[in-house]
Design a protein around this ligand. Structure first.
Ligand code: AMP
Ligand code: MG
Length: 348
């Protein structure tokens, strides 16, 4: 398949490009485009063939439902049964933005999008290009992250080009994703709101708006038959770099000591090792393959650099990546969720 590249200039797409993108969407094609969380791989959510195209392009298991993206609240009418009070408050507070709500789906919406579930995940992104594309096409757009299934989510156009050239009709290349982690997923179909995937909007921020919010307990540890996450996608090993990643725990000082020890051990048995750290600790390791995520005092920066860093290690010959960990508060919860998965729960 020939993949057309559309380039964003001055934070906008030319009318001719928008026309071509919509033509592809209307003829059941898939188009990757930037959003504030990560790049998405979009197709008409109301067109079953188009939605099947997303699963095929990504190699995504068909039991992992997609998030449907909208560009105005009227679009909700054809997708969900009802928007309750909690949903209204949260939409008011956080949309457009990096948060997805799970609501009861209208029966007309195909179960291909929702992977057989009677609920549907919906997000109203804030990114201008994403909104322009959805609004111009006038259709809700199903869009998972635009990576090959299992790989770290793409936070820039180059990542998408690498993963999906030849597999999708078009890729829209814009700015790097500002947030760099996928949206927070909140289930609003149960008795209490529940976070199924931590993301750009934190538990603390949600609680300021609607009081107590639960977190799916299954997120704390690895998937097993007795520990099934409520969000089907959370059971898959994600974000895996090629090298074996391991996550250090303890205070920052303890982590540095542990990483240095393991670094020495692995090296003396002839292995090539990388370290994933923060600006404040870069100087502490004698290691050629070292990547800093940013300053420990700027967790947003750390979040936005995480996936890029994991992908950068793939371009080196390291066999192991030793990672520092972060506090489970605010966006730190989402960072740790992704890191634990990237490390396959190998924690030391
Ligand atoms: P991605 O599209 O790659 O950002 O992943 C979307 C995430 O939302 C996955 O973890 C899905 O399992 C989850 N998701 C989508 N729809 C639903 C739903 N109806 N109920 C629970 N989780 C969902
Ligand atoms: Mg994904």
């Amino acid at each position: 398949m020939n993949t057309v590249i559309f380039k964003v200039k001055n934070n906008s797409l030319e009318k001719e490009d928008l026309d071509n993108i919509c033509e592809i969407i209307k003829s059941s094609g898939v188009v990757a485009f930037p959003t504030e969380t990560v790049y998405g791989l979009g197709a008409n959510a109301l067109d079953v063939e188009a939605v099947k195209g997303i699963f095929k392009a990504k190699g995504r298991p068909s039991d992992n439902p997609l998030i449907v993206h909208i560009s105005n609240l009227e679009m909700l009418d054809e997708l969900v049964e009802e928007v309750g009070d909690a949903a209204k408050k949260l939409m008011d507070a956080f949309w457009p933005g990096p948060i997805t709500f799970i609501l009861k789906k209208k029966k007309e919406v195909s179960e291909t999008v929702t992977a057989g579930l009677q609920t549907i995940a919906i997000r109203f992104p804030s990114d201008k290009i994403a909104r322009d594309i959805i609004e111009y096409c006038g259709k809700p757009i199903a869009a998972p992250s635009a990576n090959l299934s299992g790989k770290p989510s793409p936070t820039n156009g180059e990542h998408v080009i690498r993963d999906l050239t030849g597999r999708v009709e078009a890729i829209v290349v814009g700015e790097d994703a500002v947030i760099g982690l996928e949206s927070t997923v909140v289930d609003l179909t149960g008795k209490y709101p529940m976070i199924l995937r931590p993301g750009g909007i934190s538990k603390e921020e949600l609680e300021k708006v609607i009081g107590q919010v639960q977190i799916d307990k299954a997120l704390n540890s690895e998937y097993s038959e007795d520990n099934k996450p409520k969000s089907p996608g959370m059971k898959y090993t994600h974000y895996a770099p090629k090298a074996e990643a391991r996550l250090a725990t303890g205070t920052r000082e303890e982590q540095v000591i542990k990483i240095k020890e393991l670094l020495n051990d692995l090296r003396s048995s002839g292995h090539s090792v990388g370290v994933l750290t923060v600006d404040e600790n870069v100087e502490k390791y004698a290691c050629d393959n070292i990547i800093s995520l940013g300053s420990i005092n700027n967790m947003d920066e750390i979040a936005s650099n995480l996936f890029k860093a994991l992908r950068e290690f793939d371009d080196t010959s390291v066999e192991y990546i030793l990672c520092e960990s972060f506090e489970n508060v605010g966006i730190g919860l989402a960072i740790m969720n992704r890191l634990k998965k990237a490390c396959g729960y190998r924690i030391f």
